[in-house]
Design a binder for this molecule. Structure first.
Ligand code: HEC
Length: 204
């Protein structure tokens, strides 16, 4: 059997009309390519929590709990930085020579290396943490690698991986900052970083 493909001119016109109308309808109802979705404050904070987890911030900024099953984040002190006054083991001074080891304490909140010794900051909105920081300060800090984003300020010390964050879209940095500001404020004063001689002289 053969199919008759000779359509009459009127039928062809009707079909073209139907196709045109469909195209217009689809064109009008299709979503825009990049719709601006307004997230609620709650959704922004939930997203910020995810970005902070993905960004590994807890590794260095959250004290840990050690039990028989291993090492866990201390949920009661999330992102409160190096626990002030916690015991640090003695330093082998060879660590300050280039090419030697870099050490971390057990919480991974204090690090010793060729630069000296540094302590992860309290990221909660307490006076001893990021209270008083604006999102502009936070963005400038992450983009510049300077302490509190001050143009000629001191560099942020290793191992803070600010270079991993510096190219994030502004929106993501704001989202991270909003989450940090939503945390319960925790009172924990973190020492300033030390150069090698200060670290050697430091009494634990
Ligand atoms: C490998 C360890 C490490 C990781 C991972 C890390 N930090 Fe840090 N962070 C530090 C240390 C150490 C300091 C203190 C550096 C100093 O005093 O110069 C610091 C400092 C900071 C500061 C204060 C900067 C300033 O102006 O003094 C902010 C804000 C910060 N970190 C945010 C974050 C965020 C957000 C993440 C996750 C995306 C993160 N950090 C991941 C170790 C880390």
């Amino acid at each position: 059997m053969q199919w008759d493909l000779n359509l009459s001119p009127t039928l062809t016109m009707k079909m073209i009309n139907v196709v045109l109308i469909l195209a217009i309808v689809v064109g009008c109802t299709q979503k825009k390519e990049n719709p601006t979705v307004e997230l609620s404050e709650e959704q922004v904070i939930a997203r910020g929590r995810q970005l902070v987890s993905l960004g590994g911030c807890h590794d260095c900024h959250t004290p840990k709990i050690f039990d028989a099953s291993g090492m866990h984040l201390d949920q009661s002190r999330l992102l409160s930085g190096h626990p002030n006054g916690s015991q640090l083991p003695p330093i082998d001074e060879r660590v300050f020579q280039p090419g030697h080891w870099t050490y971390f304490n057990a919480h991974l909140t204090a690090a010793v290396g060729v630069w000296g010794m540094s302590f992860s900051r309290n990221l909660t909105p307490h006076e001893t943490g990021l209270k008083g920081w604006t999102q502009e300060v936070f963005i400038a800090t992450m983009r510049s690698g300077k302490h509190m984003g001050i143009e000629h300020g001191r560099p942020i010390m290793p191992p803070m991986p600010w270079e991993n964050l510096k190219d994030l879209p502004e929106e993501d940095l704001i989202t991270i900052f909003k989450y940090l500001q939503s945390l319960p404020p925790i009172d924990n004063f973190v020492p300033e970083p030390m150069n090698p001689s200060q670290a050697i002289a430091f009494k634990y």
